[in-house]
Design a protein around this ligand. Structure first.
Ligand code: SF4
Length: 474
């Protein structure tokens, strides 16, 4: 018996906008160099690309042209996001799930999975552990289960915001959870969430049906596809979309992600706040067809092409990827990463140096500490940022775009990133990381134009270093 949905509960744009024939045709197109260079030039003007233009970039097979795509992605990343990398951490709250997704260790039919839902005190202990490491931004992750109601998730969000110790506090809580109805989104929005993230996993209908039993809630392709549109209508205006790469042809999924972003732009005048592109990872009891696994060279193309296609959408690279891959891919357009991540339930206080697969949804590729990742970012010339200013000043959704598009964000983001970095260095960093970080801050402040903003920033950095003042943002 398939899980039916009440079509009245869909969003006003609730239709299946994924035209497979069109995407398959686009994947087979050829590209000439002049056409590719024209499209790169459009991206460099920070104009979002159409699905056709994105397909043309994917069709480029001349190595020199591919290098031009990489170079353009690196430059566009710097033009829009500067050298900031926003840092967050995932926090798994509960892994009960009524779905049976073939690629997931938390699927209901996996009897080996250790099922757990953090109670109030355990949640508090995880948040304190994350705060004591220096985190300021979290994404809470839930299976799909009646016990994880919108009210329950909202209560968890409130508890996270209320958990503070010394200078430790979480200033932005995002959610990665099941699609809700309008009322459900309004409930979690009222608790003060930032981004609501829903991955379609795969946009290919046949593959989706094969991997998600029709008898499960997640088996309903349209209910999930329409998930973030309903969130936007319920005023969750920062939404995140994504696909699990390795389930079907990566070029199809990429074109479908761009189609999804343009669908939201058309109907809500703003695209997704973030796009994620996790590659499938080993998971307990999961045996998947390796036909569509994405190799590293294609993964580079994937990220660089996304960067050029959606200039103003944040791109999230997670700790699924091993450190060396993350280090290389970051420059191609990534704006956000998680760091110091543990995804076992209770993992921030209980997990040792090794991973326990029976307690994880999948195996992580990077379990370095936040301090190790922060130090590498600093050495590589990035500004690790824990900034949450836009969200807390209501610069979200369309409002965010009003700031992002004219490039003002540079005047706000870099100073704010440097303030949050100074907090991290003073309160949490190892001596080695602090030494490198303070040198980076001096160098970055030097680069800023003289004027009132620079004077204010210098004043704030001094107050953070010399007093208990914290959380100073523009
Ligand atoms: S992917 Fe998510 S919805 Fe599917 S089984 Fe795993 S936890 Fe449940």
């Amino acid at each position: 018996m398939s899980f039916a949905i009440d079509s009245a509960k869909l969003s006003r744009s609730g239709v299946d906008f994924i035209d497979e024939d069109r995407l398959h045709t686009l994947i087979r197109r050829h590209a000439d160099a002049a056409e590719v260079r024209e499209i790169i030039a459009k991206s460099m003007c920070k104009e979002p690309l159409s699905v056709e233009e994105t397909a043309t970039l994917l069709a480029a097979d001349d190595p020199a042209l591919v290098e031009e795509i990489f170079a353009a992605a690196r430059q566009l990343k710097r033009d829009v996001y500067g050298n900031r990398i926003v840092i967050f951490a995932p926090l798994y709250v509960g892994n009960d799930c009524t779905n049976d997704c073939a690629y997931c260790a938390f699927r209901r039919s996996n009897r080996e999975a250790v099922r757990r839902t953090l109670d109030e005190n355990e949640l508090r202990q995880q948040v304190l552990a994350l705060e004591q490491r220096g985190h300021k931004r979290l994404i809470l992750v839930f299976g799909e289960h009646p016990r994880y109601s919108p009210q329950y998730m909202a209560e968890c969000v409130r508890q996270v915001y209320a958990t503070k110790a010394d200078h430790g506090e979480i200033r932005r809580v995002n959610l990665n959870a099941a699609p809700l109805d309008h009322e459900g989104y309004a409930t979690v929005k009222a608790a003060g969430i930032g981004t609501y993230q829903i991955f379609q996993e795969t946009y290919h209908h046949e593959t989706y049906a094969r991997l998600h039993p029709a008898s499960t809630r997640k088996g309903n392709y349209l209910w999930r596809l329409d998930g973030v549109a309903r969130a936007m209508e319920a005023k969750c205006d920062d939404v995140g979309i994504g696909a699990l790469f390795g389930l079907y042809d990566w070029r199809f999924e990429l074109l479908a992600l761009v189609t999804h972003a343009l669908h939201l732009q058309k109907h809500y005048n703003v695209g997704p706040h973030t796009i994620s592109f996790p590659r499938i990872r080993p998971a307990q009891g999961v045996h998947l067809d390796e036909k569509y696994l994405v190799a590293d060279p294609e993964f580079k193309r994937l990220v660089a092409t996304l960067r050029l296609a959606v200039p103003y959408t944040g791109l999230i690279l997670t700790a699924r990827e091993p450190p060396a891959v993350r280090r290389e891919i970051l420059a191609l357009g990534v704006s956000q990463i998680d760091a110091g991540s543990r995804i076992e339930l209770g993992g921030y206080t209980e997990a040792g140096d090794s991973q326990s697969m029976e307690r994880e949804q999948f195996e992580l590729g990077d379990i370095r500490t936040l301090d190790q990742v922060t130090r590498e970012l600093l050495v590589d010339g990035y500004i690790p940022s824990f900034c949450t200013a836009c969200y807390r000043l209501g610069r979200t959704g369309e409002q965010f775009m009003e700031y992002a598009i004219p490039g003002f964000i540079q005047n706000l983001c870099t100073p704010n990133a440097l303030s949050t970095l100074m907090e991290y260095l003073i309160d949490y960093a190892s001596p080695e990381t602090r030494k490198i970080g303070e040198a980076v801050i001096r160098c970055e402040v030097e680069k800023l134009p003289d004027g009132e903003r620079k004077r204010q920033l210098l004043d704030r950095l001094h107050r953070i270093a010399q007093s208990d003042e914290r959380d100073l943002y523009f």
